[in-house]
Design a protein around this ligand. Structure first.
Ligand code: ZN
Length: 921
């Protein structure tokens, strides 16, 4: 459970700056409707605790494992788990039987367990039944000692115990209320299965499970497999026995219990697999779009893999107030705001997000579930692969959505993160529980996906798919590693595996410098590589990859494309398909590469000529991202980038327009000096104002989905960055009207309307929004209301908003949004930071487990040395105590350092540009 998005740029394919950001936590892919850009992923809490807590055990006992269970002593063969689970109870009872195979003789056994109280444990070895005495329960582990050494050979461990059903965390077994009903769900990735049963809680132990649940007679229970038998036990309860699972690691086991309504979504795939959607009582109508789309997504996945959907059924479960989604085999869970929408409140953005998330989770049924990574250091094989596949499926399913253009932002976002010296490698060795938490980051998800895309482009999609199919066929029902994947992919071409490894095993982004020199006989391109490092970075630039560089240039009346594997610091290439000097050259053809490009001489201007018409939409998005990055490393003066942006800001493509905001906006208010604000506002107004007003706040009959999707982003920038008083007056009256009647504002504009009104709102409006949030029954509307409370700018109102976090007025999983949006705004970020400092202990008491690890995010917008030192002093020893905390803090501090250096170098160029802009326009 990590988060991090902290990149400062939005990288969701759907939207850009200030609107939404995707968070990936523990295998959960999340779109959160906060209007902040930088944010930590505060949605999911880990219940995994740190190692090394004091404990005692018998003197002759071995010490507990440091990180992993000893691999050479004993392994599970099969589990049988029996649990009694009643929603609204804070505990559950259970029995687990584990068939074990001992490789050697031992009197001891270590398993993973957490927050479990063992009542009784025995070991059946041959014909004998031995006591298994609990000798130690340090965090994460439980140790047993047998009356005599057992093994080698087989034995059965039986443990009966009690555990917790959390109301605070969304890890382990937890419960959430919807309406007046409690529902129980599970979330075991990465390491929370140990809160449900003592087990070998590592992905490499992949064996069959058989689950039996005792539940209330009138309730439904779902798990990974179909129900094998159901027996009434005449005490108001029933016993549900589920069929044996295929081999699964512990983190993919799941169940749900409650008064669900079950929607039959028909069948899918070559095996006619039954698809159902489980929703909280009364919400069947909201599953309409998921019901219509799931079977088609599974079909498309089957076609790609060439392997039928691997499991006997597919249930999709809606989990209220849950921020993500999880690929449990045969029983996928999704946050209710991802999978459900009232038909009259549904939006194109929600539907597109749903299809992408569903494609990601369902891709995992093969990549992650059918073939599982051997250990967490290869998490990219699950997550990067699922992200890459989700993009592919969305493009195939709905080519008219233009996802191909927007998806470039995922690569771009990963490259921003990868510019930090504190960035992880895709394959980073796991040395502590912190490393497991940090493994679920943007590098794993988006860099992993970008690398797959790059090598697919380089190898060609057919050859690539053949390699992928070979890999899944060979390792089905088993575990695999990066080496296994690369061997299957590369076939007999060793260059592919070695080139791919240069990106997996070292951090950073290559910066490719391009120079074109022509003579009478030939056109020569010089390519060179070094690590891209922003201004102020302590990293060293010399670093070498084997980079697949693909070039595109005009040839005769058409165009040519050629690719090279750049494995030297620099190399000259004679263009093979032309002898004349090309009028332009694209050095990242179709934006397929994971690298940034620096064009020499006139090459950049040649591409931007005539509104960059030679570039594809993907190439435009990549080029704008590269231009923004080149201002970060000082190769492009910010003033020059601002002068070039208008060429692209008038583009017909929504994604291209939105991408220019990465260059043109200053959402954290760190760069534009107060005396130049009016010129700056005019600049933004000139770029976006006319289009924003044309679109207006309300949808026009018959308008395109692109216009609908662009509206919120453009109005947000013109109202809140260009400070257009007319627009925020309109937003305020719309917000007031919406508070009375939700029908007067389109659902996809509600957040922008509320946020804009709040930014300019007074105490009376604050009180109204707060009161409305309290009365609101709809989860989505309530989240939007709460989020807007964090945007009021007056200090006393902001303080009142923060105090909500300390009260029990709202679920903390929703009210955290107040802090998330407030830290981003120049007027409230100090107040947000001070609030966290002053109330640290109280907040830690209220937050779900391990949210503390993400809290340095409140200093993400700082851009001066004094605040940087203050944040370092405060968080060191506090946030660093929580899972994944140390790296989160070091990344935040590095970002502040980079901002300081950036401001010092680029602010003068910005000032010159705005002064001139004021005179000329
Ligand atoms: Zn995933």
């Amino acid at each position: 459970m990590t988060w991090y998005t902290q990149t400062g740029v939005e990288y969701s394919p759907l939207s850009s700056s200030n609107q939404k950001f995707r968070m990936t936590i523990a295998g959960e892919d999340i779109m959160q409707p906060f209007s902040g850009t930088f944010t930590a992923a505060l949605i999911v809490a880990s219940s995994v605790a740190m190692l090394g807590v004091a404990h005692t055990w018998a003197d002759d006992s071995p010490p507990p494992p440091k990180l992993r269970l000893p691999a050479d002593v004993v392994a599970p063969v099969r589990y049988r788990v029996e649990l009694t689970v009643i929603p609204d109870q804070d505990t559950f009872s259970g029995t687990v039987e584990i068939d074990l195979r001992f490789a050697k003789s031992t009197p001891f056994l270590w398993l993973n367990a957490e927050k479990l109280t063992v009542k009784e444990a025995t070991l059946k070895a041959e014909t004998e039944k031995l006591d298994a005495k609990v000798i130690a329960e340090p965090k994460n582990y439980i140790g047993f000692r047998f009356a005599r050494p057992v093994g080698p050979g087989e034995a059965i461990l039986q443990v009966s115990y009690q555990g917790e059903i959390s109301r605070k965390d969304t890890r382990g077994i937890f419960q959430i209320k919807d309406g007046d009903q409690w529902y129980v769900y599970t979330q075991f990735e990465e390491t929370s299965a140990r809160q449900a049963f003592p087990c070998f809680d590592e992905p490499g132990y992949k064996v069959p499970w058989q689950l039996t649940l005792h539940v209330k007679k009138n309730q439904e229970a779902l798990s990974n497999t179909p129900i094998a038998s159901e027996t009434d036990t005449h005490d108001g309860m029933k016993t549900i026995k589920f069929a044996d699972t295929k081999p699964l690691p512990s983190y993919l086991v799941a169940f749900s219990v409650g008064d669900f309504e079950i929607v039959d979504a028909g069948t899918t795939g070559k095996k006619n697999t039954r698809v159902r959607i489980a929703v909280p009582r009364g919400r069947t109508a909201e599953a309409k779009y998921a019901d219509e789309t799931t079977p088609a997504i599974v079909d498309l996945l089957e076609n790609y893999f060439g392997i039928p959907y691997p499991y006997d059924k597919l249930d999709e479960v809606a989990v209220p107030l849950f921020g993500g989604a999880m690929e449990n085999a045969g029983q996928v869970t999704y946050g209710s705001s991802i999978i459900l929408a009232k038909p009259d409140q549904d939006t194109p953005q929600r539907q597109r997000n749903w299809v992408w998330v569903a494609a990601h989770e369902l891709a995992h049924q093969w990549s992650g579930d059918l073939v599982t990574t051997a250990w967490w250091d290869d998490t990219w094989l699950n997550e990067g692969f699922a992200n890459w596949m989700a993009d592919k499926i969305v493009n195939e399913y709905h080519p008219e959505w233009g996802w191909k253009v927007g998806e470039v932002n995922s690569t771009q976002g990963a490259m921003v993160n990868d510019g930090l010296v504190s960035a992880r490698r895709v394959r980073q060795s796991i040395e502590s529980p912190d490393d497991i938490a940090n493994a679920f980051d943007q590098i794993t998800y988006d860099k992993g996906a970008a690398l797959l895309y790059m090598f697919e482009s380089f190898m060609g999609p057919e050859r690539f798919r053949e390699g992928v199919r070979n890999y899944f066929a060979k390792y089905a029902w088993k575990n695999a590693t990066s080496a296994d994947f690369l061997a299957a992919l590369a076939g007999d071409n060793p260059d592919i595996a070695s080139a791919f490894s240069t990106f997996l095993d070292q951090p950073g982004v290559p910066l490719i410098t391009v120079n074109l020199e022509c003579n009478k006989k030939a056109a020569n391109v010089e390519l060179s590589q070094q690590r891209f490092l922003p201004l102020g970075s302590p990293g060293a630039a010399p670093q070498r990859w084997k980079v697949p560089v693909c070039l595109r240039y005009p040839e005769g009346s058409g165009e040519a494309r050629e690719c090279v594997l750049l494995d030297q610091p620099s190399r000259q290439i004679m263009l093979s398909k032309t002898t004349s000097c090309p009028a332009w050259i694209v050095a990242n053809a179709d934006a397929g590469g994971y690298y940034r490009v620096l064009y020499h001489g006139e090459l950049l201007n040649n591409l931007l000529k005539d509104d960059a018409r030679v570039l594809s939409g993907r190439e435009k998005v990549a080029l704008i991202g590269d231009m923004a990055a080149l201002t970060l490393n000082g190769k492009l003066p910010l003033g020059t980038a601002l002068a070039l942006a208008p060429n692209l800001a008038r583009d017909s493509s929504r994604q291209v327009i939105v991408k220019t905001m990465e260059i043109t906006t200053d959402p954290k208010g760190n760069l534009v000096p107060p005396d130049l604000l009016s010129q700056y506002h005019r600049y933004l107004e000139d770029l976006y104002g006319q289009r924003a007003r044309q679109l207006g706040w309300k949808a026009k009959p018959g308008e395109s989905e692109d216009d609908r999707l662009l509206r919120a982003q453009l109005l947000d920038v013109v109202a809140n960055q260009a400070e257009d008083p007319e627009l925020f007056a309109q937003a305020k009256s719309l917000a007031l009207a919406w508070l009375d009647d939700h029908k007067v504002v389109a659902p996809d504009m509600v957040a922008t309307v509320l946020n804009t009104a709040a930014r300019h709102g007074d105490e009376a409006l604050f009180d109204r929004v707060r009161a409305a949030a309290k009365l609101e029954k709809d989860e989505d509307s309530q989240s939007k209301l709460l989020s807007s409370l964090g945007l009021f700018q007056q200090p006393q109102i902001a303080k009142a908003a923060f105090s909500i976090l300390l009260s029990d007025e709202f679920n903390i999983r929703q009210s955290i949004a107040i802090l998330v949006v407030a830290h981003d705004s120049p007027k409230t970020r100090d107040l947000a930071y001070d609030f966290v400092k002053q109330n640290w202990d109280a907040l830690m008491g209220k937050f779900p487990t391990d949210w503390g690890a993400f809290m340095p995010f409140v200093s993400n917008s700082f851009c001066d040395e004094q605040r940087r030192h203050d944040a370092a002093d405060f968080f060191e020893g506090r946030s660093t105590k929580y899972m994944g905390g140390p790296r989160n803090l070091s990344q935040t501090l590095e970002r502040i350092d980079l901002c300081v250096a950036y401001k010092k170098t680029q602010q003068p160029s910005l000032i010159r540009f705005l002064e001139r802009y004021g005179k000329e326009n």
